[in-house]
Design a protein around this ligand. Structure first.
Ligand SMILES: Nc1ncnc2c1ncn2[C@@H]1O[C@H](COP(=O)(O)OP(=O)(O)OP(=O)(O)O)[C@@H](O)[C@H]1O
Length: 486
């Protein structure tokens, strides 16, 4: 455990680090973030005693680091500096072995089995063992960086101070190195303080983050409390936004380019829609921000091609995703920029309407196979598996929606669809109650993201009113087309 209390320090007469306090428990990782020149490296140097503290104290295992001899301190604390001197070593093994120096009484005169094990372990963990006899000068920047990390690891200290350990590393090696650091923390109780420029890696791998600004602590705490967009924007003077990592409950940050290239956005017009016997297509000249429950490319993304593909009524493919991927390849659609829904309804039974609004027009496209409609409040009584018979709904908006508005738009559209089923008296044939949808309905909201942002998409907003009316009317029309055919 390391406790830093009211620490200040800098270079001769230049105070840099001002009144920094934090605690890192044993086995935890603290990430230090901050703009260039904010004092991150200087803080590590003052903590490690490389620069004198002008005020404050660093406690290591309850003892002021000033009261450790340099060798005793080096056994407890290993440091990976930002810039490395490599004057004393030739080969990788020699460089890593230097990490054992604090454990030696003479100059490597009593090399022990423990030293050997520590060096071998550090080389294995950092993936440099295969270069062990190679001269340092023949290694790439990233390979050298891993050797220096191995050197610090070979020191077998309880506390590791790392200044930009992922410098020069490609993403696979960044991951390998940070996974290794995290494993050492969790399994061996290693306490780590590391300076990282990459906020996303810091968020993923650190228990807590310290955000520095002009030598002082601007924020300290768990990643969710530090990586707040407004705070990061203020400290870095760069526009950013946060989003959730897809698998790990940690925030991620992305920069918002100031270029207006992306703001010159086109409008969707009726001619962008095309209907063939196989599919209904919207081909846009710009990617649309899309939220959907489609079969292919569901979720949130940017896509310039939407397909509602008609498949035979007996379409049962065990691997639908692969079948759709094969279809896209066969038909020369880009798998990464196309959203695909499936329907058993012949495409000519679609309904499409355009609605003009004050912000721009809205298109609603629906195919409604309601032969197998269900009452969602009664489906718990059924034992049957889902079958094809689907209402597919697209709402394409010439306008800019907030994230909140996208999800409200989904709700608004779904409510309007249900209302259409009600007024068309579509019933669940098992319960003989009004159906609310089918077992496999799909819904998509796409927007050009041009113009002023609409914050909300609920039923009484400008966009919500159109979605409510548009999805209702268009679904009714599509159901009637379906009934007439039947
Ligand atoms: N040897 C030195 N003597 C005097 N001032 C220094 C010295 N090294 C760094 N500084 C100054 O201290 C301030 C903080 O530098 P430091 O290297 O700690 O920043 P940092 O946050 O690690 O930056 P970066 O993200 O660029 O690595 C800077 O203004 C820098 O110019």
């Amino acid at each position: 455990m390391i406790i830093v209390e009211h620490l200040s320090g800098g270079y001769e007469d230049v105070p840099i680090v001002k009144d920094v306090s934090f605690t890192v428990e044993k086995g935890k990782i603290l990430g230090i973030l901050g703009p260039n020149g904010s004092g991150k490296s200087t803080l590590l140097k003052v903590i490690s005693g490389l620069l004198p503290a002008t005020a404050g104290t660093v406690f290591l295992d309850g003892k002021n680091i000033k009261h450790y001899s340099p060798r005793a301190l080096a056994k407890k604390m290993a440091v990976l500096p930002q810039l490395h001197a490599n004057a004393f070593s030739n080969t990788v093994r020699e460089a890593v072995s230097l990490g054992r120096y604090p454990h030696q009484t003479g100059f490597f005169s009593n090399w022990s089995e423990q030293d050997e094990r520590a060096v071998q372990y550090a080389m294995d963990q950092t993936g440099v063992a295969r270069y062990e006899h190679t001269s340092m000068e023949f290694l790439s920047g990233g390979e050298q960086q891993r050797v220096f990390v191995a050197q610090a690891l070979a020191q077998t200290a309880e506390v590791l101070l790392l200044d930009e350990p992922t410098n020069h590393l490609d993403i696979a090696h960044q991951r390998q190195l940070l996974d290794m650091v995290r494993k050492e923390a969790i399994e061996c109780g290693l306490t780590v303080i590391m300076v990282l420029h990459d906020m996303n890696l810091a968020s993923l791998y650190c228990d807590e983050l310290l955000l520095m600004e002009s030598g002082s602590v601007r924020a300290l705490g768990v990643p969710h409390k530090v990586l707040i967009a407004s705070q990061i924007e203020d400290v870095y003077q760069a526009r950013v936004t946060t989003y959730a990592h897809p698998e790990i409950p940690k925030p991620q940050i992305t920069i918002m380019p100031s270029t207006n290239e992306y703001q010159q956005r086109a409008d969707i017009v009726k001619e962008d829609f095309r209907v063939t016997p196989d599919y209904i297509q919207l081909k846009s000249t710009i990617p649309l921000k899309t939220v959907s429950s489609a079969v292919h490319n569901p979720g949130i993304g940017w896509y310039d091609c939407l397909l509602n593909r008609s498949v035979p009524g007996d379409y049962v493919i065990s691997d639908v995703k692969q079948e759709v991927a094969d279809f896209l390849q066969r038909e020369h659609f880009s798998p990464t920029s196309t959203v695909v829904m499936l329907t058993a309804v012949p495409t000519q039974l679609f309904a499409l309407n355009e609605y003009s609004t004050e912000f721009g027009s809205v298109f609603v496209v629906v195919t409604a196979g309601v032969g197998n409609a269900v009452d969602v409040s009664r489906t718990h009584e059924r034992q049957d598996t889902p079958y094809i018979g689907t209402i597919n709904t697209w709402v394409v908006i010439n306008g800019c929606l907030s994230e909140e508005a996208f999800f409200q738009a989904l709700m608004t559209a779904n409510e309007a669809k249900t209302k259409a089923l009600q007024s068309e008296n579509i019933r669940d044939y098992l319960t003989d109650t009004i159906a609310t949808g089918t077992a496999t309905d799909s819904l998509l909201i796409a927007a050009t993201q041009k113009g002023e942002e609409m914050r909300y998409g609920g039923p009484i907003t400008a966009v919500g009113k159109i979605i409510g009316k548009g999805v209702y009317e268009t679904t009714v029309q599509a159901i009637q087309n379906y009934k007439n055919k039947a």
